[in-house]
Write a protein that binds this ligand. Sequence first.
Ligand SMILES: [Zn+2]
Length: 434
Amino acid sequence: MTCWDPRIEEMSKADLQALQYKYLKTSIYRLYSFSPFYHDRMKAAGVHPDDIRSLQDIVKLPFMYKKDLRDNYPDKMFVGGQDELVRYHVSSGTTGKPTVVGYTQNDLNNWALSVARALSSVGLGRKDIIQVSYGYGLFTGGLGLHYGAERVGATVVPASVGNTERQIELIQDLKVTAICCTPSYMLHLAETSQKMGVDINKDTRLRTAVLGAEPWSEKMRNRIQEITGVKAYDIYGTSELSGPLFTECTEQNGIHIWGDLAYVEVLDPETGEQLGPGEKGELVVTMLQKEALPMVRYRVGDITSYDDSTCACGRSHVRISRISGRVDDMLIIRGINVFPSQVEHALLGVPELGEHFQIEVDRKGALDSMLVRVELKPTAFSDKIDDLISLKYKVAHVLHNSLNVAADVELVGPGTLTRFEGKAKRVVDRRNIL
Ligand SMILES: [Zn+2]
């Protein structure tokens, strides 16, 4: 397998580290000089750019959190003026204020470069016809994959989300060879094509799927590959880092993080200490060349481990394992972020309900489903079945409004749900048990 950019992708580890140090140093001086936010944060941490004398000195630098972006909404963390920006992306903001990411032209170029290397590492190139079935718009998925796919010289079908039967017709008629979408949508697509009498393996040229934007398991990969005959690859990124950026290579053995663009640490989430290869902890990423919204030691909150050995594909850049969870307990349901605290907040607004509840998440067919089981207050406990049915609909409506995703509701009697000492186990996620 040839690299998109062999001079960088197969660089010796020593050379790559020297390059990373050069970018880090430049970025920190720039931030210290031009970002009031980061200048203050460095001062508070008692660190000056001159203190960064090696790549390992990165541990002296303070962390950045998602909360910082919210607190500085919309653009108070940006470096440089609006005239240097060429695009905004905005998160959905389901837990309060959304986060805004600005991009300079160089930021967009590096994002497309990262995706181009990634797509090329799964074997895609000029001969491919790539259907991008991520949402186009404020969400980074659609446009992120779009520009990367164009950069490798592929022909892009910007299908965006929805209208699955039409998507399958496009795959057939335009002889699509690769698709980019969420893993659950890929399963949905497979089921719909079966109903339409279309065998993806025999009746289409689709052979590659680049899947991400929600957690998925090896079991799910195997299932997708068995049903469709398509090879499925994991893609990773978040909007704060630019968007989708990194994928596995054809070895399917970890996600390559391009070291000239990003420096990766895996930390013990409690102590903040760096962990070694193979140890599971919180992913922390420093973007080395980002201009408009530089991210330094950003606590992404995803749980992973890293492997810094050279991959069988020849690429020397560090790999991270499939994301196995979140440090906080955020749930991603049909691509939408849901926090148990949001559910709690919504339920507390209904006077008939007690404070004990449980969220059960499952995957029925290809789609996530969420069941919220909540106790009634003793005063609201009633034998009148009609009253309970209308209350149940009311609660479902309140939840849907608050979460932007539908939930089934089950009302249970007072004292029915298990009580926990200390941290309540609010969430039962059955989705990994496929
Ligand atoms: Zn590889």
